[in-house]
Design a protein. Structure first.
Length: 293
């Protein structure tokens, strides 16, 4: 009897140890699509490419692509957001968010297109990085606009603590609002210079809605998209994120937790959904973020 009991105990212990040894499966969802124009697409690592309708979650290592008439506004769980202009391609390389501020990181690679990044909680403690074909950019606690292609990267510092531009073992730091750095492929970053009058407006115009197909604040579109408020401040799986449940991170989490799962799988080969009703004339820019966001 003793030997039998010992065997049972040892077997139970072995099962517990084996269970502890199995790594936890991280939820791949890092944010949500909160506004779109046209048919931007996303390609998660293990899924088919799908159209990023409002409410479709955004995943780690997802590749986001826009066409000539597309725009997308992506809202992350920490409150960061990125507005993607037309003819763009980016990948969400890394997203780690600890609401207690101990371990957080956000890294994006952008091969082409115009983007506006607005920092959330992560950028207040850890620089967010954007890698382009010609430079590696970082932003702390602020906003930057990036225009990139295979040969050149233009980075505009809109607001925040600082922006850095690194290439060929050289680093240029910008702390003056409204200044920019241009980096050509294979060369060191240029010196910071004031953004020429009118050029910022032309970059922002690329992030505007087409044909007044959307209006108002894109972040608020997440609130108005039918997401339930019952999970405010809860992370994927219903785990508490901490902090104020009314913050933008709570809104983003609601969007992720309550995203319509029927929108997660459609591929770009399927018939598109019927167009939404046309809003009143007078649409606005994505993000709705002024200089003091």
């Amino acid at each position: 009897m003793k030997s039998t009991a010992v065997c049972v105990v040892l077997s139970s212990l072995a099962l517990v140890v084996a269970a502890l040894a199995v790594p936890a499966i991280a939820d791949p969802r890092v944010g949500v699509t909160s506004a779109t124009t046209g048919g931007p697409t996303g390609k998660p690592p293990a899924q088919a490419e799908r159209v990023l309708h409002v409410g479709v979650d955004v995943q780690a290592n997802e590749v986001v692509t826009t066409g000539a008439n597309d725009r997308a506004h992506l809202l992350f769980l920490d409150g960061s957001s990125i507005t993607v202009g037309p003819q763009a391609r980016l990948t969400i390389d890394k997203f780690v968010y600890d609401p207690n501020g101990k371990t957080s990181a956000l890294a994006i690679s952008a091969s082409q297109g115009v983007f506006r990044f607005v920092g959330g909680k992560i950028s207040k403690t850890t620089p967010v990085t954007v890698t382009t074909p010609s430079a590696t950019l970082s932003i702390r606690g602020g906003i930057m606009i990036v225009s990139a292609d295979a040969n050149r990267t233009l980075a505009i510092f809109v607001y925040g603590i600082d922006m850095t531009v690194a290439a060929k073992s050289h680093v240029t730091t910008v702390t003056r609002i409204g200044w920019q750095v241009t980096t050509f492929a294979g060369q060191v970053p240029g010196q910071p210079a004031p953004t020429p009058p009118g050029s910022l407006a032309s970059e922002l115009a690329k992030l505007e809605a087409i044909g007044n197909k959307t209006g108002g604040d894109a972040d608020n579109a997440a609130k108005a998209s039918g997401f339930s408020d019952q999970n405010s401040g809860l992370g994927p799986g219903g785990q508490p994120l901490g902090g104020n449940a009314t913050t933008i991170s709570g809104e983003a989490t609601n969007a992720v937790n309550n995203a319509n799962t029927s929108l997660q799988k459609p591929t770009i080969n399927q018939p598109p959904p019927p167009p939404p009703p046309m809003p009143p004339a007078g649409g606005g820019s994505f993000g709705g973020c002024g200089i003091r966001c």
